[in-house]
Write a protein that binds this ligand. Sequence first.
Ligand code: SAH
Length: 494
Amino acid sequence: MLVTISCTRPAGAAWPATDLGYLLHKNPSRRQTFEQSYGVAHVLYPEASDERCTAALLLEIDPVRLVRGKSKGTPDFSLGQYVNDRPYAASSLLSVAISTVFGTALHGRCAQRPELAGTALDLRIELPAVPCKGGPEYAERVFAPLGWTVAATPLPLDPAFPEWGDSHYVRLELTGTLRLAEALTHLYVLLPVLDGSKHYWLDTAEIDKLLRFGEGWLTAHPEREWITRRYLTRRHTLVRTALARLAELDDQDPEELGALEHDCDDEGPGTEPAVPQAVESGERAPSLAVLRRAAVHRALLTEGAGRVLDLGCGQGALLLELAADRALTEIVGIDVSMRELKIAARRVRRLPEWQARRVTVRQGALTYTDASLRGYDAAVLMEVIEHVDATRLKALEQAVFGAAAPGSVVVTTPNSEFNVRYDGLDAGAFRHSDHRFEWTRAEFADWAHRVGATHGYAARFEPVGPEDAEVGASTQMAVFTRKNNDDDAAKGAA
Ligand code: SAH
């Protein structure tokens, strides 16, 4: 089992291509060997010049050890046999090897060449044999949206008997200009997805891994549902939780994401029939993301807001909804993430002109005072505060409630009490790996009353989502109204 990663030095670059060795934390002048639970991994460099450098990761799989040595962390292929394709075909074992042998690079860390770790490199990745059930087009469909030029050439079942046709293996070549860590996360997640072998992953930590390594590309990937299902093969509760959490990050209805009880092993991307979930009323329940946007929108109208800030607007789902409401005259989206903002801006540009005209997005950090945010009628912090370090939350409170001081502030955040209702979410775990905290209703109320008392706002609370008698609703919302609302000195001053 082999993967090679080649880096070509761009014309005029000051660094030699062999700096790839720093990024991978493997010296190009030495061959290194790593004992793995299923065999041995070698790292060597077939080519190492200033212009071009190729690192090869070669796995010598011991099929006997693979079958005998089942332990936590060893994928179980349930093959019950000693002859299989694992020694030759890229698969989840290669993912395991990438994470153990190139772990630091996978996380994008490189103390010696930090700027290079953050730089998109001219990369070429070759895998001589990749199991790709369903045909070579699946490789294209999962890698191409991520910026790769994909060449997937089917391998014949037996070159001596061309009439037998092609196997479900391809030779895969990926070329593109990407950061090394991105490239490795793509391989880490997508090789097992293409393989679709009958391994199973053991616990919900796999969801965290999927979300962590899929960060920055999986939420916007057109085949994300298929990838998620295949990655978490057959583990339906895991799949459901992962899709719900991905939908939390985006704005999609997790229920829309397909027939989760369906065994999808042999299906291709995009083939999942959209089976409506039966709910008690016989109608489809709107997703939490939809309910949340509706609740925030309603609160803004109740507050009589016209000029509105969406702070931490992310990919702009709320901006799009508000843009269609003529009662709102100006809508400004702010986010710290350029990546999210680009998506938001693209979505806004696609709106009808009369809607797009009233919306602007720009970058900003909510933990710093920004004079241009003063004078608005309302600000929204929808699913944002829980992403801010507890130690920085005071700075955000000061910037939003103290300095920007809009007439109203609408805040939503997860209700941690509701987490017990999510299948597969471990006790005490957060809904998303980027959450720094999740609060109970009492904790949220304490925070809101303290912030209100400090900055002169009155807070009222509203549950969002179906309410559970014991643990409440999934999302909690607070609507803050500035107490001296008649004193409009701050409004319109900007
Ligand atoms: N409000 C959006 C996105 C929520 S995700 C929605 O509900 O769909 C949280 C967002 O907050 C992310 O887009 C993140 O980039 C942004 N964010 C987190 N900390 C921030 C900060 N300090 N300043 C600005 N944006 C921040």
